[in-house]
Design a protein around this ligand. Structure first.
Ligand code: XIL
Length: 388
């Protein structure tokens, strides 16, 4: 019953969105909720405590698939472009910038009272082939590469100036080894040195001084047993801050897998450590994958995964809720059939909050309960007139 109410309201909200464009877009940054969303939605509950809950949006589905679009509109008050703000999407041909799909997402977000996480300016993946080819065949020198990167960051951040809440300026620069370090073989580091990370933040800040600038990575808040990567990232971001580099936040992606151990307490402590050093923190790409029967149905092969999967989502949310500086919790992909997991991790899936038929799973309910508890607390017990 709850589900059909949510679905119906979802369709209604999409239908009325055109009429509410003006009112919502002018207050999008200030408003923490949207008047037409269900009161038990993740976003409505999160907004009670000033938290933003989000998802990674696939622009091939937004405004195309009504169920998908309704969930994005009704459940989330921040959105991240899953791919359309990455460099290969923005500049597939050198010098020809294509902001169309990303602009469409920003417009959708403004119409629905959502803030946008910009993702991502400097990463070793999904960079244009003209760039990697030019670097490998020597037609682009390191000095030119640096200028091209500066231009890219400046162009993209300037284009979206005032419209992006948080930018993932640098993504995935650390090794997974113990001890961890900035990866010397990373595309950007190997050509431009480690100083490029600080420069990227400076260039982004110059182009939009009000955007919150994040370092984003996986396994940097309690997910790896040794905590080596979290320690290494902590050392870098605190050093950058001490040097006056404009870095505001640390994003922990939160890509979990039930086959590995995970400590929510450790995550909370690591998030708090960044926070105590003056950073905002965010869970930026939460999903919890597990082994499944096949990629179409995505039924977990181990019955215990039905418990582990929502539990790990719940633990991540509780870690975020415990830390005042944790300002957003973004899930990576809306439902299991559009999740990136089956295509990347052989045999795995079931990673999101909604199943392949867009039905909310236990993980959805658990996050809803967590957020309701945070928003309202537990209901006061019924009284008894004789015993107090
Ligand atoms: C993934 C997208 O989900 C896929 O659609 C794409 O093919 C590859 O990238 N860490 C990140 C994200 O920072 O950008 C990645 O997104 C997932 C891992």
């Amino acid at each position: 019953m709850q589900l059909s109410r949510r679905k119906l309201t979802g369709i209604a909200a999409v239908a009325v969105s055109a009429a509410t464009v003006v009112a919502v877009s002018t207050s999008a940054i200030a408003s923490s909720s949207h008047s037409r969303v269900p009161s038990d939605s993740l976003r409505a509950l999160a907004s009670k405590i000033g938290l933003r809950v989000g998802n990674a949006v696939n622009m091939d589905l937004l405004n195309v698939n009504a169920t998908y679009t309704g969930i994005v509109a009704n459940q989330f008050n921040t959105v991240t472009p899953e791919n359309v703000m990455k460099w290969d999407a923005i500049e597939p041909t050198q010098g020809q910038l294509n902001f169309g799909p990303a602009d469409a997402l920003v417009k959708f977000a403004q119409q629905h009272g959502q803030l946008v996480r910009g993702h991502t300016l400097m990463w070793h993946n999904q960079i244009p082939s003209w760039l990697t080819t030019g670097v490998s065949n020597g037609t682009i020198t390191n000095a030119q590469l640096r200028n091209i990167l500066k231009q890219h960051i400046t162009d993209e951040v300037t284009h979206f100036k005032g419209k992006i809440w948080q930018w993932d300026v640098a993504n995935e620069f650390f090794t997974d080894s113990n001890p961890s370090m900035i990866n010397p073989n990373d595309f950007w580091i190997s050509h431009l040195g480690t100083g490029i990370i600080a420069d990227a933040f400076r260039w982004a800040h110059a182009a939009d001084p009000h955007a919150l600038l994040f370092y984003n990575d996986y396994n940097i808040a309690g997910e790896d047993g040794s905590n080596a990567k979290a320690d290494a990232v902590y050392a870098m971001v605190t050093q950058l801050k001490k040097q006056g580099v404009p870095i505001d936040g640390v994003g922990d992606q939160g890509h979990l897998d039930t086959q590995y151990g995970f400590s929510g307490t450790r995550m909370r402590d690591d998030l708090q450590r960044y926070a105590n050093a003056g950073f905002r923190v965010a869970i930026t790409e939460a999903d919890v994958r597990t082994f499944v029967n096949n990629s179409t149905d995505q039924v977990p092969t181990d019955n215990l995964a039905l418990f582990a999967q929502p539990y790990e989502f719940d633990q991540m949310m509780k870690a975020c809720l415990a830390v005042r500086q944790c300002i957003s919790f973004t899930i990576w992909d809306v439902n299991d059939s559009n999740s990136w997991v089956p295509g990347v991790f052989a045999g795995e899936g079931y990673a999101t909050l909604y199943d392949v038929n867009y039905q909310p799973k236990q993980a959805y309910t658990d996050l809803q309960v967590d957020l309701a508890g945070a928003a309202f607390g537990a209901p006061h017990r019924v009284g008894d007139s004789h015993f107090h």
